[in-house]
Design a protein around this ligand. Structure first.
Ligand code: NAI
Length: 257
């Protein structure tokens, strides 16, 4: 049994974890949780200033955290996310590929530019992360968690091409699990339902009736918290999920049950 699996030790004790999309919302609370569970954390996201604030907060709390800013849809930036992790911490044990943007409106109203952008961030970005992380883990093994959505396995009204991107994240996850299992690399996805984040706040402002109807359909009758979503990712990243690979774990209050 390794240190990380000993009951009483932090779930991620001694792990080096990269959180891409780790500046706000689910990613920021994941970084807080992973650090509390004993991980050293590299944060990556677009905003240098927001990352600096979160790094300061976690460092002051006694955690081992660093950050690097960049765009997940740019190959050189993603390579730098992983290189910075290796330079700072010496290896990569886990990665949470959580960067994503939303897109609202009917599919037939989506502009070509908007379609290309959501594909670039959510799909190409996830693939770039997987590519670089797998290269870093191929001799040591590791665990990767991608953020899909319940929109990744069903349709929904008014979410444009977003739903398609989250289907693609599941496809990337399953393929990567098959390809890399023999290397000791587990690859899983989480599929959050409605979660209390700036993304949900924006959707609520844009279409309050749709959000209210959605929450009414959730068996637990509430949106998830960012920490509840992060808990699922933490478990999948940990050694306690050692035989779990290629799954898509709903974190949705039973909405898709
Ligand atoms: P958020 O907007 O608070 O966080 C998104 C994160 O991704 C931020 O750290 C942001 O800087 C980063 N990011 C966005 N574009 C980027 C880019 N081009 N390069 C680098 N980083 C970039 O949103 P939230 O809600 O925390 O979403 C996180 C993930 O969860 C997303 O993948 C989203 O699709 C997914 N999700 C969210 C749900 C919700 O109800 N909020 C439900 C299901 C899935």
């Amino acid at each position: 049994m390794t240190e990380g699996t000993r009951p009483g030790a932090g779930l991620l004790a001694g792990k080096i974890v990269l959180v891409v999309g780790g500046s706000t919302g689910i990613g920021a609370d994941a970084a807080r949780l992973f650090a509390e569970e004993g991980a050293s954390v590299m944060l990556a996201a677009r905003s240098r200033d927001v990352l600096a604030d979160l790094t300061a907060e976690l460092t002051e709390a006694g955690h081992d955290v660093a950050a690097t800013a960049g765009d997940v849809s740019v190959a050189a930036d993603v390579a730098r996310f992983v290189d910075a992790t290796l330079d700072r911490f010496g290896r990569l044990d886990g990665a949470f590929n959580n960067a994503g943007i939303n897109q609202q409106g009917r599919l037939d109203d989506v502009s070509e530019d908007d379609f290309d952008r959501v594909m670039a961030v959510n799909v190409k970005g996830t693939w770039l992360c997987l590519r670089e992380e797998i290269h870093a883990m191929r001799h040591s093994g590791g665990s990767i968690v991608n953020t899909s959505s319940i929109g990744g396995y069903r349709g929904n009204t008014g979410l444009g091409a977003y739903q398609a991107t989250k289907h693609a994240v599941i496809g990337l996850t399953r393929t990567a699990a098959h390809d890399n299992g023999p290397l000791g690399i587990r690859v899983n996805a989480i599929a959050p339902g409605p979660t209390e984040t700036p993304m949900l706040t924006a959707w609520r402002q844009n279409d309050p009736d749709a959000v209210a109807a959605r929450l009414n359909a959730v068996p637990l009758r509430k949106a998830g918290t960012t920490t509840e979503v992060a808990e699922a990712a933490a478990w999948l990243l940990s050694d306690r999920a050692g035989q779990v690979s290629g799954v898509v774990l709903p974190v949705d209050g039973g909405l898709t049950a």
